[in-house]
Design a protein around this ligand. Sequence first.
Ligand SMILES: Cc1cc2nc3c(=O)[nH]c(=O)nc-3n(C[C@H](O)[C@H](O)[C@H](O)COP(=O)(O)O)c2cc1C
Length: 338
Amino acid sequence: MTVDLSTRWLGFELKNPFVPSSSPLSKDVATARQLEDNGAAALIMYSLFEEEIEAEETRAHELAEFQDIGHGEASSYLPTHAELPGHRDQYLEQLRRLKDALDIPIIASLNGTTLGGWVRHAQAIAEAGADALELNVYYVAADITEDGAAIEQRVVDILAELRRQVTLPIGVKLSPNFSSVGHLAKRLEQAGANGLTLFNRFYQPDIDLDSLAIDQSLRLSNSGDALLAMRWIAILHGRVGLSLAATGGVHTAQDALKMFLCGADVSCLCSALLASGPERLRELHNGVSEWLEANDYESLQQLRGSLSQQHCPDPVAFERGNYMQILSRYKLPAKAWS
Ligand SMILES: Cc1cc2nc3c(=O)[nH]c(=O)nc-3n(C[C@H](O)[C@H](O)[C@H](O)COP(=O)(O)O)c2cc1C
């Protein structure tokens, strides 16, 4: 018996639920093709950043001014704006290359935090052939004068503007640090989102005690990180009309199965692929199929959401419910405390 792993996500019928998430793996067509060959069902591109678009617009503006005021012979040696491929054009070119080389849906990623002109560039992304868009509002609320409602509103406003610009399916990649993730999810649905990607993983600065400098090295995730998205996918499944993509900490077939039990439509993979290579996709595919088969499931669909909050036998486990008992059940390790 072959288990049916097909899934529906952002309106796409995918042959399986494994999607390489936004990462440098989409910067090279040959690498992206390896992902497809190993079973990736769709591909989310690395992000085009608001800062990159705005820097490019400023540069074009300065160049135009420089040429306007006339600098004699020197200006004739300057390339025109059209001759300088900026981040945006390079991004669109890479998107076209990926679309030409791969058969799976390609999801472009826009990354920014303010409601500004950069959002309009979504139209060019749509024209270049993207099948969908992921909006990543990676924002660290470091301004202590700004309240949570304003931050939420900005995410909704950016999404609403993006919705006005394009008809493509849009998934919003959210941070876990909103005080009411579910309420924001509902608002985003009303503002035209088609899916959520849970969650953005914040890169935490550390301190190097030798140099007393901030250590900004990037650490990949591990399976323990998956618990954060699992809870919220379980809470949202069946309560919002949005596709749910899990990101953060999916490394093994077991991690992915837990996400699907909670209600994820797809599991996105980044650290696992960066660390272990494209074959990890096959391992997950086989691992999930084998587990489903061994447990008498005919399809992934049959299992999806069966341990979401609405369906699991102990719904309060996802809330405060068992918190007190869990704390009081903890036993001091005998090795450390005799
Ligand atoms: C090297 C690297 C580059 C990434 N680049 C992006 C990016 O451009 N845009 C984005 O939305 N997420 C980016 N991410 C975040 C991943 O897409 C993913 O959400 C995060 O790493 C958590 O998933 P994981 O535990 O599978 O790594 C990047 C992550 C890494 C490690």
